[in-house]
Design a protein around this ligand. Structure first.
Ligand SMILES: [Fe+2]
Ligand SMILES: [Fe+2]
Length: 277
């Protein structure tokens, strides 16, 4: 069975439970009758040429590569605010924690050459799209389901073990799940999987969780400077930051989507970091 870019997008939205296309997800060059998809975490211009040469009829990137995904990216960062509020952070405090990151993202969106990659997809006439937040949401829910299996006496190491046990993506990764702040022997306490919000919330969001009763924050990635600051300020307070690894964790959301595409008869090849499930 052949699919259109719109149908492929709808599959991802349905899987995430979204009724609208999020700001970081877009079809750059539409197509229909698609049967052979190249799926990768980063499919840029050179990869479009390769896809064309190798006979793929659609390129699906996870990360945003221009167009509406780049211009509207700041919109998805507001999910950090909603997630903090759901975890008991007062709304004004949550908004303050994200103020600088949203400002910076808005500036970046206006800087970016948003039509670079899409223009080449048009030139090659190769259907091209990216699916970001919906797949991160699929990955987040998978992680949350594992967290929910852990009892009140669980240690941080139990969480790490449970993730490795549950997910081939983590076992197959060349990166490790890191306890970046805190200790594997610490009590796990209250946990938040702070993922599927555009990008990680860095120092300000983790700090806000720690100051409002969360003991363990899970990010899929976090910068050196932000991790260091959190370590300096919160390790002595028994708080934990678990960083699961970017590519492994993105794969966690991408693989169920690939399985759905394959179920509908699409031939899919994984490249650019997507790990086997
Ligand atoms: Fe992702
Ligand atoms: Fe990512």
């Amino acid at each position: 069975m052949a699919l259109s870019t719109q149908e492929i997008l709808q599959i991802a939205l349905d899987m995430a439970g979204f009724t609208e296309i999020p700001g970081d997800t877009a079809v750059y060059h539409p197509g229909e009758g698609l049967t052979k998809a190249l799926v990768g975490i980063d499919l840029d211009v050179p990869e479009l040429w390769i896809a064309k040469q190798l006979g793929f009829d659609v390129a699906i990137s996870h990360h945003p590569k221009g167009g509406a995904s780049t211009l509207n990216f700041p919109e998805v960062l507001y999910r950090h605010i909603e997630m903090m509020v759901e975890h008991g952070v007062p709304r004004d405090v949550a908004e303050e924690a994200m103020r600088d990151r949203i400002w910076d993202a808005r500036c970046h969106a206006q800087i970016a050459n948003y039509d670079h990659a899409p223009s080449f997809a048009r030139l090659l006439d190769l259907p091209y799209m990216n699916v970001h937040l919906p797949l991160d949401e699929v990955g987040r829910k998978r992680m949350v389901r594992v967290v929910e299996t852990l009892g009140p006496d669980a240690r941080v190491q139990d969480l790490v073990d449970a993730f490795y046990e549950a997910f081939g993506e983590f076992r197959h990764a060349e990166t490790q799940i890191e306890v970046r702040v805190g200790s594997p022997s610490n009590s796990l306490g209250r946990v938040v999987v702070a993922h599927a919000c555009g990008t990680n919330g860095g120092y300000p969001v983790a700090k806000t969780y720690f100051e409002h009763g969360v003991d363990t924050v899970i990010y899929i990635h976090c910068s050196g400077p932000d991790s260091r600051r959190l370590k300096e300020e919160f390790e002595a307070k028994g708080k934990n930051l678990v960083v699961t690894g970017h590519i492994a964790s993105d794969s966690l959301g991408i693989n169920p989507f690939i399985a759905e595409l394959e179920k509908r008869g699409l031939e899919v090849v994984r490249v650019s970091g997507v790990l086997p499930p």
